[in-house]
Design a protein around this ligand. Structure first.
Ligand code: HEC
Ligand code: HEC
Length: 206
């Protein structure tokens, strides 16, 4: 009996510990087991696939584009209410960045950062994820605008969210290195002409 009790306590401890860092999808609180009951740990809900996330985001992108129809190419600071960092983009470029940079880099839906998206409220800052993302954008701008130019004053290379995040909300460590260059699944061999055939293409968002 004592062994069984210890197992239940250990089980709930593991449940509690494994639930402490779940940013995107917090697990529901577990009811404490009654006497003689064994804790059943429900399996964690599998996150949606990247394809289905892209489809979910596409419906929100279409929703916003309808809302701002006719004003897509005006500055985002004019069209939207609460743009504090991404100030040099057009409204269309901002939405593209949300989808193709933020969404793709973290494998998130728009609602992970915009809690009231379904009410058409994109300006709200109630989400901690949105505030973190804004801070991350400032950090990225500092690296691109100040830090990297010190090392590479010409043809300055650029980083973006995906440089670190690689499709996860937590940038993966070295134990998850991608396959070697030139090997199956790895990157192609480097382009040794980089910097000689004109400047590299610039991505929007500074
Ligand atoms: C990782 C978090 C994150 C995700 C995912 C995300 N956004 Fe954003 N979004 C932000 C941040 C941060 C800002 C504010 C940027 C700033 O202050 O410069 C913002 C601003 C906006 C704004 C301007 C709102 C206003 O009135 O100021 C719109 C519209 C918007 N996002 C739409 C979207 C759409 C559509 C998607 C999905 C395709 C999306 N966002 C996904 C973080 C996110
Ligand atoms: C230089 C590397 C780097 C870059 C570039 C970067 N991030 Fe991050 N980001 C991190 C690290 C490290 C964390 C902490 C992850 C953790 O919780 O362990 C993080 C955390 C976050 C989180 C909180 C995730 C969570 O689950 O708590 C958000 C949201 C985020 N980043 C958004 C962005 C966005 C949007 C961009 C691009 C504008 C970006 N990041 C660029 C390294 C980076």
């Amino acid at each position: 009996m004592a062994v069984r009790h210890a197992a239940v306590v250990l089980g709930s401890l593991i449940t509690i510990l494994s639930c402490t860092h779940s940013a995107a999808t917090p697990a529901p609180a577990q009811p404490s087991p009654g006497p003689g009951q064994v804790t059943v740990v429900p399996p964690r809900r599998l996150p949606p696939s990247r394809d289905s996330l892209a489809a979910l985001r596409a419906t929100y992108v279409a929703q916003v584009m309808r809302q701002i129809a006719g004003r897509e190419d005006q500055p985002d600071t004019v069209v939207f209410k609460n743009v504090q960092v991404l100030k040099s983009l057009t409204a269309r470029q901002l939405i593209e960045k949300m989808d193709k940079d933020y969404g793709v880099a973290l494998s998130w839906n728009c609602t992970n950062c915009h809690r009231f998206a379904n009410e058409g409220n994109w300006a709200s800052d109630t989400s901690a994820n949105k505030r973190r993302a804004r801070f991350m954008q400032q950090m990225t701008n500092e690296i691109n605008g100040t830090t990297l130019p010190k090392l590479y004053p010409r043809d300055t290379p650029r980083i973006d969210c995906a440089t670190c995040h690689r499709g996860y909300n937590e940038p993966p460590g070295p134990q998850y290195l991608i396959p070697e260059r030139g090997k199956p699944g790895g990157l192609p061999m480097p382009n040794f002409n980089r910097g000689r055939a004109g400047p590299p293409p610039r991505s929007p968002g500074e």
